[in-house]
Design a protein around this ligand. Structure first.
Ligand SMILES: [Zn+2]
Length: 401
């Protein structure tokens, strides 16, 4: 039987001169807070020294690190990050993969009018009866609407460009934005235009994109308010912003606490609750803001969190997962199916309002709520509340996924 190695987080402390304090909640600017965890450490990529304190805002229920790595020094926390790995070549084969691809291609044909082979006629209806796979396919396509003839999607924090092929399969023209030059170089190898840079000051043209996606990026930024306002600036009127980020309301967090995979100190500077992310997007001017159910796959997070709690390497998927953890993940999937707010991730789509409500452009259509939570800006509500000035980062700040 294989001996399971134990890994310790890096020794030493984060240099005191490379720390900063946000001073107040980076999401809402609130100053009332409670201490959630002390002694949180990098037990995921084992590259960031230090012990971190996580606070929960009493006003919006987001959590944030204080102190946290300064924007100018955050690169220290990304040495050994997974986006530096080369893209795996080839794809798994076998009849099951062939069937899955055929079903997905029929779904693409129905949603995006894109013809790809192989495809299984009426395969889309199989997905309706399999909620786990139906949600996974929707999230895989990032719930993008059908593109117009010249619609461009910008994937911010694109890493190695893993999403490019999916966006193109859905009929979108796609570009990437990535602060890490190594990852950006790998992404360019896919033949896609990739800008080097990050949030909140991207330096890109305003009103240039029909869709902007932030897949597990927002939790890495020092000022999420400025980040979503920058996304708003980049979008054309009627364009959509798609966000995925860890959910502090997840059942996995309730079970594993400081060992939960989603915390990932000190790279995750902010963690959201469904309501706090909704409010952040509304204050930036997005309307409507729609929460989508995340895919029902908590097992990976549960297995990683269990390994963190056991002092093992959470990325070592060769370590067997105990049956009690598998059972807990199954129950969590059931819970998230009944109540999306308990899912491991938050998935949100937000639309930049059209200039004229009666105007129909050639870009993507309006968000289809599909029975999910929707919120609209209330009359008289302040559209652009700015978070506290002490959180303003330097102009050359770069962020990573
Ligand atoms: Zn707050």
């Amino acid at each position: 039987m294989r001996e399971i190695p134990v890994r310790d987080p890096p020794a030493g402390e984060w240099p005191a001169g490379e720390l900063e304090s946000p001073g107040c909640c980076p999401v809402c600017g609130g100053s009332m807070r409670e201490r959630l965890h002390d002694d949180a450490r990098d037990r995921i990529f084992f590259c960031a020294p230090g012990r971190w304190t996580l606070w929960r805002c009493a006003e919006c229920r987001s959590a944030y690190l204080d102190p946290r790595p300064a924007a100018s020094a955050i690169g220290r926390a990304y040495r050994g990050y997974y986006t530096h790995e080369k893209v795996p070549s080839g794809s798994p084969g076998g009849p099951w993969c062939f069937l899955q691809q055929a079903v997905i291609n029929d779904w693409l044909r129905a949603h995006y009018r894109v013809r790809r082979h192989p495809w299984l006629p009426l395969g889309r209806f199989l997905l309706v009866f399999l909620p786990r796979y139906h949600r996974s396919v929707g999230q895989w396509a990032r719930h993008l609407p059908r593109p117009g003839p010249d619609s461009v999607c910008l994937d911010i924090g694109c890493g190695r460009g893993d999403f490019f092929e999916v966006a193109q399969a859905c009929g979108w023209r796609v570009q990437g934005l990535e602060p890490d030059p190594v990852a950006a170089g790998i992404a360019r190898g896919r033949g896609v235009r990739v800008h080097t840079g990050g949030l909140p000051a991207t330096g890109l043209e305003p009103d240039a994109y029909e869709a902007v996606t932030l897949n597990h990026v927002l939790e890495h930024v020092h000022d999420p308010g400025r980040a979503v306002r920058e996304a708003w600036r980049l979008l054309r009127p009627g364009g959509i912003l798609w966000i995925a980020t860890p959910n502090l309301g997840a059942l996995g967090y309730r079970r594993f606490g400081v060992h939960w995979r989603g915390l990932e100190p000190p790279r995750h500077l902010v963690l959201f609750h469904p309501a706090s992310l909704t409010d952040l997007l509304r204050r930036a001017g997005f309307d409507p803001v729609v929460g989508m159910p995340a895919s029902l796959k908590p097992l990976r997070n549960f297995a990683s969190s269990h390994r963190i709690a056991s002092g093992q390497d959470p990325n070592d998927e060769a370590i067997p997962v105990p049956w009690r953890i598998r059972l807990a993940a199954f129950i969590a999937a059931l819970g998230a199916w009944l109540r999306p707010a308990w899912g491991e991730e938050l998935i949100f789509i937000a639309q930049k309002p059209r200039l004229d409500p009666n105007q129909k452009e050639t870009g993507p259509g309006d968000i289809q709520a599909e029975g999910h939570e929707e919120s609209r800006t209330q009359p008289g509500e302040e559209p652009n509340r700015v978070s506290c000035a002490r959180t303003e980062p330097a102009e050359d700040e770069t962020e990573r996924d």
